[in-house]
Design a protein around this ligand. Structure first.
Ligand code: PLP
Length: 265
């Protein structure tokens, strides 16, 4: 039964990571922590551990559409979060889904590589995102290596990539976690010309699922009605804390701790 205090629902269209660090599990955990409900539509299955990805399979378009349509027909969607799409065809599938959700905020995490470096889609998927999905997105959240691929500027700075990408999208958050400066510089560029810099101390180690955590938290904050710049700040702060408290269950990267240990007493 629908209750008046039902949490905002965020439709997540992402891949499944069997290590549980990234993908839909990251989305679900981060959204739970925001007080939102995640509705996970699977776009792709991956074979990976905390070290790297070895294979992936993109689901049939009909299956993805059927999953999303079933949820959209049933519950009000307050925001959409995109993660791994895996193919150019999936970009068009998402466009079809978004045509059913006019005006709903869309956060696009342009996933092209796993944290360990393995490919989760060809660069062409990134170009299709830029050409077709950015126009219906509220914000995209690439890290600097992803922004360089999307902007086709292999050595570009964040500012140069943003100048190339902003004509395609309203707001762009380029994260700096992959650099080597003492502080991480996360830069939000808005089409209205405003720019906001958020810095945080760099943490040691490398993390699996940090981008998923950030983008889904941001979608959750928008679903709760938080204004964009504030939502970006909240999402960056939360993500930093999940990395500070990360755990290392396997032989590879750290996994963000997205929920408190005493979540279920
Ligand atoms: N989505 C899926 C399904 C993945 O498997 C991964 C990484 O392995 C990602 C997204 C991206 O992860 P990250 O948040 O570390 O960039």
């Amino acid at each position: 039964m629908k209750t008046p205090n039902s949490r905002p629902v965020v439709l997540c269209m992402s891949g499944h990571d069997p290590s549980g660090g990234a993908g839909l599990q990251a989305d679900i955990e981060a959204l739970l922590a925001q007080g939102c409900h995640a509705a996970p539509t699977v776009t792709a299955l991956t074979v990976q551990d905390t070290v790297d990805v070895s294979d992936f399979r993109v689901l049939d378009r009909d299956w993805v559409l059927a999953q999303a349509r079933a949820v959209i027909a049933d519950v009000p969607i307050a925001a959409v979060k995109l993660g791994m799409l895996g193919s150019v065809e999936m970009v068009d599938t998402v466009l079809e889904v978004m045509s059913l959700l006019p005006g709903v905020p869309l956060v696009c995490d342009p996933v092209l590589r796993a944290g360990g470096g393995g490919a989760l889609g060809k660069d062409e998927v990134g170009y299709a995102l830029r050409e077709r999905l950015f126009a219906v997105s509220s914000i995209a959240t690439p890290n600097l290596p992803e922004a360089r691929i999307l902007a086709e500027l292999p050595d570009g700075t964040a500012d140069e990539c943003a100048a190339k990408l902003l004509p395609y999208i309203e707001n762009l958050l380029i994260t700096g976690g992959h650099g080597d400066e003492a502080e991480v510089h996360n830069r939000l560029y808005c089409r209205d010309g405003s720019r906001h810099d958020f810095t945080c101390p760099r943490l040691p180690g490398s993390y699996h699922g940090s981008g998923c955590t950030l983008a889904s938290t941001l979608a959750g904050r928008l679903a709760l009605g938080e204004e964009l710049v504030s939502a970006v700040r909240t999402a960056l702060d939360y993500t930093w804390r999940t990395l500070r408290d990360a755990e290392s269950p396997g032989h590879g990267q750290y996994i963000p701790r997205r929920l408190p240990l005493d979540f279920c007493p």
